[in-house]
Structures are given as structure tokens and as C-alpha cells.
Design a protein around this ligand. Sequence first.
Ligand code: 0A1
Ligand code: ZN
Length: 852
Amino acid sequence: MPFTPRSDQQIYRLDYLAPTFTIPHLELHFSLDPEVSRVRSQFKVIVEESIDLPHTIKLHGSKMLFDIQLKIDGKEEDISSLLDEAGNLSLTLNTREQLIEIKNSVSPVANSALSGLYLSRGIICSDCEPQGFRNITLFPDRPDVMTQYRVTLEADQCCPTLLSNGNLVEEGIIDESRHYAVWEDPYPKPTYLFAIVAGDLQYIEDQHIRPDGRPVQLRIYASKENIGACDFALESLKKAMRWDEDRFGLACDLDFYNVVAVDDFNSGAMENKGLNLFNTSCILATKEQATDRDFRFVEAVIAHEYFHNWTGNRITCQDWFNLSLKESLTVFREQEFMSEVEPGIRRIEDVNFLRLHQFPEDQGPLAHAVRPDKLGSIENIYTTTTYEKGAEIIRLYQTILGREGFDRGFARYIKEFDGMAVTVDDLYAAMKMENPRLFENFPLWYSQRGTPKVQVATEYYPDKREMRLSLKQFLFDPVTNELQEPLPIPIKYAFFNRQGEMLLEETYTLTMAHQCLIFHNIDEVPVISLLRDFSAPVTVDYPQSIDDLKILIQYESDYFAKWEAVQKLVERLLFNHSLQRQEQIDMIGDALAPLFQYAYQEPGFAALLLTLPDNDHLFDHLESEEILPLYQIKREVEVGLARRFQEDWRALYNRFQEDSIAARAIKNVALHYLSRLPHESELAVRQYEKADNMTDINAALTALLSNQNPKAKVILESFYHRYEGDTLLVDRYFSLLGRNPNLTMDDVAMISNHPAFDLKNPNRARAIVGSIGRNRIALARIGAPLYRWIGAEIVKVDKINAVTAARLITPFAKLSRLPESLKEEVRAICQEMLNIGEISHNLSDQLKRILL
Ligand code: 0A1
Ligand code: ZN
């Protein structure tokens, strides 16, 4: 069978074997109860003609199944001898077609891993990606086995809503207490897309009319408390459906499209066929509860799950090594959708996210290829590499082939592989069929891990009026340090003269380790803007003068390149230790000065331009002991900029009081700077008190905490008491506490003893442990005690929910950057975690890679 673990507990991509059988139909019956739910399944296995009989196949199961009974062709079998340690069943088939009947029980209330069938605040629901179906019943739980489902749900009448994938074909009353519903999904699907929900839910609804005039009924279900916050999500869904028709000619293939919001969910949301499940954190949005960024996030996740219907559900992955096939295409489609409005700003946000999260991952011990060859745990590749770097690779196709070539390749992919389970090679093949000139080495982007570096050097020959650009690429494996093969890297660039006029703009695709470009008729040394629009997921090493950067800040028309010039300039000056503080302030101030007027024309973009580089970005270049001094320098520079531009910040703050996203963005940047000045400390307090939206409240609280305003803690407590009953806002309260740069171990003790402290709900665990783990300033200041606390909490989470625990490990992945003595202590903490006998496979896989 495929994926049999070898002794090193790893699974290997090339061990893949295609299924030797088909299961066209599956009849599932659930008698639902939170304590013990009974499952009955019935299906025919048809062994392929080419396979000799008798033939043994594997039905995946798990320790969560009990009271199991098995019948083959109506004959009761003794199950005990057929089950392995993990709970999988080896089934020997003597004839080509056999009828399998299985009965088993599961306990939703006991399922704290939230994979399979579980209970979330009284709602019985399921989550099956990637391998949760085996926690429900015995079946080939692999994405390349596709089956048509007919599902009967039977539950108490206090659970009036009964949902599964597809169409409701029958419903009725069984007796005084029980009722039932039957759902049929016409589309064959793999197990990971199966879903059921049973609970006391309310819904809002609307419809979408497809290009051929047929309607799709859209519903969002949520608890009574949450249903009032789902309207924005419903609007977003309609927008996404229309966009996919317009941009890719893809219409919805379902007559009913249901979405359900639940409080306890491992990921953000799940694209189950016709029955998406959403973490409430990714769907609820009212301006009182959600920030502008949250609204954008909800719109993006709603679109993402919908787009999966084609890129994921109709065409799925052959195996989990190819997870990025569906995720990268879907993230790319989501990004394109979100970029319909303000494309430049969205691109900057996407790149910033990639560089803050994926770049460090790709350069540390948890780095993996977008399509890895070997895996310790499948759940551990749900990473920014699989998602966001994968999406950049799809964008590379588009940049290299042009929009038309890309669209043709994508349409070919849909046409060739609809209804199949395929790989990233198949996507490449479709692109190549339509675009024969596509580089042969393009697939290396999928197999080589690490962030490529492009080193650029220039030479100008005034006598020949010639400019030479030397481009070298390097890609070192982040774990073995070996130099890997050159990749196709498209570099968009432009030349400007010193008056800011653009002289040329082009795209050149680097394919070899070293290439040289020669430009003729160049009258003076031009200012070069490289990697415009972030045309490839690489770092560029090009020593550019401060004067050149200032020209780009003022005259670049490419949003990303303009923003990048600010980032680089500030970074260069912050790291320049030969400058006095006041010199740093003056030079950064001089570069930012022209942007204040611009803020009145494009406030949303100016808000990004006027924000100094993210701490995490700056810290990423640093050893741990350099973090606090740099943090101090950045603060002092911000104080200096606040002082120098005090009038301008004030003017912006007063001018942009209106109710719009861009206005709030620039106003809150002004608040950020002004709050650095002691005599402006009341501004954030006043904003907090009079704000009618969460964006302004959040900005005010962040400013109060980061400047150690004496009222900060009292106000934060008032925030907690005001929103005590709102789960997501209590999560926000914990995140604010955890992100506080001034966090102390006393605060940590307070958090640990807080009545709302809870590690069972993944959102709460992430809000508490995740936000403290990302607090690089507190980690640098407190050191080992904080690492020890995080480690201990991760182990507690691991006992409850291994998938969530393994994702909280990132602070430990920066081990190599710690000062020697701390490194030893933190290593010891990791080792202790690993030595705990009961630790999950997910967590131990991460820890082993970190300790390697
Ligand atoms: N496929 C979903 C998200 C998801 C992430 C992780 C999972 O298990 C470890 C399961 C699902 C999406 O991309 O939206
Ligand atoms: Zn996805």
C-alpha cells in the first residue's frame, strides 16, 4: 500500500502507488449524538481487472473508532485480527466486486483534536482534511479515491439543522424526539471533502444567478449569537462567484451552496463540497467587532474556499505531497480577486506577508520544498511555503507567459484534468502544452527549498555610453547548505534619470547562474528599479545609494517598488551605526517629507509608505541580542519623526476622521507617531473612548500598550469587561496582551490565571500562546523563562490538539539566532519537550527538525 511508513517515520513521495480499486458509491448513515454517534457505511469495492486476486487493500481507521463490526458480502467478519496498531484495516478481497458493510461508533464530545466528528458549542460538525475521515469510519482515506456519497443524518429534534454535501433529497420525523435528513452529492469526491453539521442553527440566504440563468441558493448558517455578523460574508461570496465567471469563465456547479460558522476549528475554513465550514474568526464581520483588516480577511477566505470548488474539488491532488497544487492555485486566484480594488496596495500587503512569514520559514530548519519528497507529518506542510510561496510560483507562470498565455494554460488544465486527482507536474504540462516556450527547468521551483538570492552589480562606461548589469543567482539549501540548480527568475526592472523620468521598463528572465545585460546609448548612470511588482519570490542584493532610493521614493510609479525603496532606505539608515541618532532621523525625515502631501491624494497607500518597516522584518536580519538595541533605535527615530512632522501628523489626524478604510489607515499611522510624544498621550485614550469601530479601538489600544501609557492596563481591562461575552473579542484581548512589547513574566502569570484562559479552543490557544510566541521583543528581553513557559503550554495544547500545537512551534525555529548561552537553554527546552513520552507525532516531527 502507498504511504507505508519506513523505519524513520517518514513518508516518501515516490512510494506513491495508484489505487488498485474503485469505490463508485458510498452510503453513510449517522445516528448522531454528542456522547456516542453511531456510523453505518456500505460500499462496493471493485478491484481493477489488471490486479490478481485475492487482493488486499487498506481501509484507514483510527483509535477514535470503537464498537466496530464488519461484513463482507453479508458475512460477519472478526475485525480484531484485521486491525493494525493505528486502527487501519487490511481487507482481503477474493472476488472482483465485494460489498463491505461497516458499523462503528465515535464520540464527538471526546474528540478534542477537532479532526473527524466533534462538538463545537453544541454543534456536531466535522473536519476531514487531510486525514480526518479515518476518525469517522473505516475507508480508503486518500485524495485519489473519489466516491459519490449518499448521507443520512439522524439526530434529536433539538438539533433542527442537518447538513451534508450536495442536495437535500429527503427529510422527515422519525419519532417524538428524532428526525432525519438525506443528502446526495452528485459529484464524486475524496474523503477529505466530506462534511456534516447538526445543530441549532440560524441562516441568512440569497441567490446567485449563473451566466446560463440558473440560480444557486446561498446560505450562511451560524448560531443565534453569530448570525447577525454574517452579511458581509454573504456579499463577499456573491462577489467572488461573479468574479470567477468573469475572470476564468468558471461558474458554480452546485444548486445549493452552504457555509457554516463554528467556534472551534483547526484551520481558518474548509472547502468541503457545497458545505464550507468556517472558523468564526474568518467569517464574522461587523464594524463594531472586526477591524478593516479583518473585513478584508473574511472576504479573502470566503473567496478562497469558493475558488477551491474548481481548484481543489473538481480537480484535486493525487497525494498530500502535492497539496500545493490546490492551495497555490487557490491562493493566487484569491489574491487576484482581492486585487481588483487597489491592486498596488494589495500586492504590497501580499509581499509583506510572504516576506514576514514564508521567507524566515524557507531559511530555517522547518524549510521544505513546495512539493516535498519526504514528510514526517502531512499536517505540518500546511505552511506559508505551500500556500504563499506556491501562489508566487503560479504568479511566475503568469509573469513569464503573460496574462493570455497563462489563461490559456489554466483553461487547458481545467479541461484536461476535470474530475481527476493530479499533481503539480500536470499543471506544468498543461501550461507547457499551451505555451511550448515555457522553461524546462520551471518545475525546479517546486522541488528546491530556500529563497533564491539575486546579486546585481552595475558598471557604466561613459566613453561607450554603455551600461552593464551583471545578474547572479544563488540558491543554497537552508538545511544542507548545498548550492542548488539555477531557476527561471523573471526580473521586472526600469531605468530612471536623475530628474525622475523613466527611460525604459522591461522584464528579463534570468535562467542561468550568471548573466550579463548590456544597454547602449545610455547618457548618464541611471537609477535602477529592480524586481518591480515583486516579480519573483527572491531577495535582491544590490547596493543602491540613498540618493537613488530617494529618487525612486519620489518618482517610481510601481507601487511595490516605491514602497520597497522606502523600506530599504529606512532599513539602511537604521542599521547604519556610524550615524548619530539625529542624523538618522533627519535623513529618514528628508526622504519621507515629500510623502505628506501625497497622503491627501492616496491616503491608503501613503499609510503604507509612512510606516517604518515591520519589527519582524528588521529583526530577521539580526542575532537575538541585537533585537532590543535596534528596537530602541527604531523607537527613538519614530519619536524624532513624530516631533519633526508633528504639525503634519496632526493635520492628517484631524483631516481623516471620516468613515473610510483609507482614512482610518492614514489617521491611525498619524496616531502611531503622535502617541510616541508624551504630551500627546491622551490622544489614544480619547480615540478609544469615542471610537465606533474596532479598527480605531484596536489602533488606540496598541498605541497605549506600546508606549506604556499609565492608563493602558486599566483601559485594556475595561475592553475585556465590555466584550467578555464575545469570544473573538476576548481572543483580541489576549492577542493585544501577548503582543505587548513591554510584556513581563507577571503579565504572563496573569494571563495563565485568567478566567478566560483556555487551550481547548484553537483560536484562544493561538491568541495566547501564538501571540506571545511571536513577540520577539519580549522573547529577547525575558529569554529562557518565556521560552520555557511557551514550551510548557505547547505540550499542554499537544495533549488536546496535536495539529494546533505543532503550528505554535515557530519561536523555537529561530534557535540558531540565539546567543550561545540562551541557545543551549532553549535547545534543552526543546529536548525536554521531545523526551515527554506522550508527545504527538506532529510536534515531535517539528522539534526533531529544529534540533537537527
Ligand atoms: N484546505 C483548507 C484549510 C486547511 C488547513 C489545514 C488542514 O489540516 C491540517 C485542513 C484544512 C483551506 O485551504 O482553506
Ligand atoms: Zn485552501
